[in-house]
Design a protein around this ligand. Sequence first.
Ligand SMILES: *[C@@H]1O[C@H](CO)[C@@H](O)[C@H](O)[C@H]1NC(C)=O
Ligand SMILES: *[C@@H]1O[C@H](CO)[C@@H](O)[C@H](O)[C@H]1NC(C)=O
Ligand SMILES: *[C@@H]1O[C@H](CO)[C@@H](O)[C@H](O)[C@H]1NC(C)=O
Ligand SMILES: *[C@@H]1O[C@H](CO)[C@@H](O)[C@H](O)[C@H]1NC(C)=O
Ligand SMILES: *[C@@H]1O[C@H](CO)[C@@H](O)[C@H](O)[C@H]1NC(C)=O
Ligand SMILES: *[C@@H]1O[C@H](CO)[C@@H](O)[C@H](O)[C@H]1NC(C)=O
Ligand SMILES: *[C@@H]1O[C@H](CO)[C@@H](O)[C@H](O)[C@H]1NC(C)=O
Ligand SMILES: *[C@@H]1O[C@H](CO)[C@@H](O)[C@H](O)[C@H]1NC(C)=O
Ligand SMILES: *[C@@H]1O[C@H](CO)[C@@H](O)[C@H](O)[C@H]1NC(C)=O
Ligand SMILES: *[C@@H]1O[C@H](CO)[C@@H](O)[C@H](O)[C@H]1NC(C)=O
Ligand SMILES: *[C@@H]1O[C@H](CO)[C@@H](O)[C@H](O)[C@H]1NC(C)=O
Length: 717
Amino acid sequence: MGRRMRVTPALYLLLLIYTRVYTFIPGVDGPVSQQEALDGGNTTLHCNSSADTSDEQFTLLVWYKDNVPIFSFDTRVEIEWSNEGFNRSGRIRADVVSQPTALTISALTEDDEDLYHCRVDFLNSQTRNIGVNLTITVLPSKPFFLDEVGNKVEDRIGPYHEEDTLVLSCLVIGGRPPPHISWYSGSTLVDASDGASDIPSVKENVLYLPLNRDTPAELYCKASNTDLAPPLEASVHIEIYVSVQNVSIQWVEGVIGHTLRSGRPAVAQCTVHGSYPQPILEWWLDRQHLTKHSNQSWNNLTRTSISYLELIPSVAENGATLACVATNTAMAPSRGSKADVIKLNVTYSPIVEIAKLGDGDLSDVAELDPLHLECEVQANPPVNKFIWYHNDSEIVPGYIWGSNVYSHKLLVEEASRRHSGVYSCAASNNVGETRAEPLTITVYYPPECIGPGISLVKETIKCNVHGLPSPDTYFWHVQPAGLDVQHLTTGSPILPLSQINEPLSGTMKASCEAGNGIASQYEVCERIFSLESLRPPQPNQCDLAFEYGEFQMRCIPVENATYYEISVWRMSTSNSSLYLERRGSIGFGTRQALAQGGVEGAPGSIAPTWLVRGALGVLKSADEAGAAACNRYGCSAPLLLRPTENLLLAAEPPWWHFILEKDVGISLGAVVLVISFVVSTVLVVRLIRRPRGKPPPVIQVVQLDDLTRNYIDTMAG
Ligand SMILES: *[C@@H]1O[C@H](CO)[C@@H](O)[C@H](O)[C@H]1NC(C)=O
Ligand SMILES: *[C@@H]1O[C@H](CO)[C@@H](O)[C@H](O)[C@H]1NC(C)=O
Ligand SMILES: *[C@@H]1O[C@H](CO)[C@@H](O)[C@H](O)[C@H]1NC(C)=O
Ligand SMILES: *[C@@H]1O[C@H](CO)[C@@H](O)[C@H](O)[C@H]1NC(C)=O
Ligand SMILES: *[C@@H]1O[C@H](CO)[C@@H](O)[C@H](O)[C@H]1NC(C)=O
Ligand SMILES: *[C@@H]1O[C@H](CO)[C@@H](O)[C@H](O)[C@H]1NC(C)=O
Ligand SMILES: *[C@@H]1O[C@H](CO)[C@@H](O)[C@H](O)[C@H]1NC(C)=O
Ligand SMILES: *[C@@H]1O[C@H](CO)[C@@H](O)[C@H](O)[C@H]1NC(C)=O
Ligand SMILES: *[C@@H]1O[C@H](CO)[C@@H](O)[C@H](O)[C@H]1NC(C)=O
Ligand SMILES: *[C@@H]1O[C@H](CO)[C@@H](O)[C@H](O)[C@H]1NC(C)=O
Ligand SMILES: *[C@@H]1O[C@H](CO)[C@@H](O)[C@H](O)[C@H]1NC(C)=O
């Protein structure tokens, strides 16, 4: 052997390869492994050339394709050889150093599919054979789509609606072995059923896909006939119109614990999910369409639409319904819209108004009637506290208010006049406190006498009562002493005595009872009084004169006298006492005229030019003359005058006349002493008091002293 090898190693090798050709029988000559490679790719065939023992080494390595040598390596000459037909364009590489040895074949074609085996020769050991069954896989074409009517579909398809069924074919041309076609909706395998095609070397898979809102938008068709390469795939985008799935309103601003506050701006956000294409969002507040909202935003990835509404809630909007309506205009109207509604809970400080319950005027109540006041409130949240005010001070339990003063009703069972005043109530909730406009309550009460009840004021009697409202009717019962009762009615508290028909010279019993529309008086006012004070004052400026042949009483009129009475007192000739000889009225005049004649002028003023004059007839020494001023209430005390000596002398009748009246003369002497004393005093006084100027006529004035007056008074009575 050794000798032969030395000849020409290459030649020897060739001979060796070809002479020792024999057919490899898989399984018998050696093991066979399956190996797959892609058309156009490369593959590496491995062959273990390690010896079983360490002292052994291989001498020759040969690769056969279908028993035809394509590569050899001889360790003794270290020569690599390759079949030129197989190693076209230098596509094979060998690695005989590392174990196992490798033979890499590139630019594979379908012709390379075959049974390969390698043969390893050793110095001493037995030859080894290892088989490799190489298959070449040809990838198919990229899949493409055809719709139901056979039109090619590119990129996108639709639009469809929910519950439609999508029918789409995926086709693949070529491929060895024939590929499998699978449909994926998103990442989910939905159809792996292979189908044949009418066209040779074309495979087809028809997909029937029920559509719903969750159907992924991307549909994939994958074709595969090997694990060596990823599947070939194509995708199409399905456009599915879906109705609005859900609508929700949330407050994003201006809410305090889920509630709104009146007047405080709040922002609501309406989020709409699920609709495609973009829905239209509309806002409604009860039946009002709100147009002032933000521009609607749209995210076509999440299919979310958002609209913001700014709202300044008012009290009236508490309880109102806020709706966000999303409409997908691409859908049938019946299923195109969805809405979310929320009820507004608008909180506000109470709105308070005070009202009086029960009959009658809004602000009046009669004493002893109940007084019911109610604090009418409108509030959200409900009122938690009420406070009542009377004349601006807080009403507390007790006193005239009872115990229940902190509720929305204030109840006084029996109103008294102390309950009059200005009422208000305040209500508070956790938003705030409000006080109502005050209400003035007047407690009416029937008339009552003030003090003695009836008073005499000048020529009237007055019924002194108080009541609310002021009395408007007065019933009088007047009864002058000893006379009949007279019933009178007046509209004012004053009853002029002129309305009483009867004489009024003494005392009078009067009662009055007032009415004010509420009730009549409980107790009438009653009084007995004397009318003496209404009599005129005593005349105090009188004199005696002898005129026109007789004595005259002349007086300056006094106020309020309607007539005058003169009286003549004679000195009795028998028992030396004065007796009333006659009495008579004189000088009737109107009150006004008399008033004019008043003498209240300042000293030095011109004296009145007229007088009240009454004829007295004949007066003798010690006779007296009286003058009293009178009106319907009676007469004043008379002013008594006695003629002076001078006056008597002036009136002296002829001497025989004097004798005829002898009895007068007798008593004359007895009084002369007294009179002369008085006269001297009075004269001085009168002279000083009389107005200066024109000297008086023959007049003498004698005024009596008190002692004498008392005497005459008792006589007159
Ligand atoms: C064999 O193919 C692989 C990819 O298929 C490539 O990366 C590699 O370079 C190829 N080797 C040769 C020797 O061509
Ligand atoms: C190659 O063959 C030798 C001898 O039979 C063995 O010991 C070795 O493990 C084999 N190597 C491989 C990679 O199979
Ligand atoms: C195949 O041919 C190329 C160039 O023709 C050569 O470089 C290469 O070594 C050959 N392969 C083997 C295993 O001989
Ligand atoms: C080689 O592979 C092909 C296809 O896979 C098969 O038909 C054939 O029987 C295999 N040959 C051997 C010897 O295993
Ligand atoms: C509305 O629908 C979306 C999906 O479309 C879901 O994520 C969300 O939870 C839903 N919201 C409500 C309130 O049901
Ligand atoms: C809404 O859009 C209109 C026109 O597209 C624009 O004039 C207006 O300013 C926008 N309003 C808001 C609140 O974004
Ligand atoms: C979203 O809208 C843009 C522009 O209108 C469009 O290019 C994009 O394809 C849309 N995306 C989806 C998921 O519909
Ligand atoms: C509104 O909110 C207030 C405060 O939280 C609560 O007391 C009240 O019951 C709410 N009203 C309604 C109608 O929910
Ligand atoms: C309250 O005020 C009214 C007048 O506004 C007054 O007549 C009444 O006496 C007052 N009452 C009290 C208790 O102050
Ligand atoms: C007279 O009567 C009037 C009215 O009654 C009264 O005012 C006046 O005081 C009276 N005069 C005298 C002096 O009594
Ligand atoms: C005195 O006399 C007069 C008659 O002159 C007589 O009327 C009168 O009653 C007498 N008085 C007494 C107290 O006697």
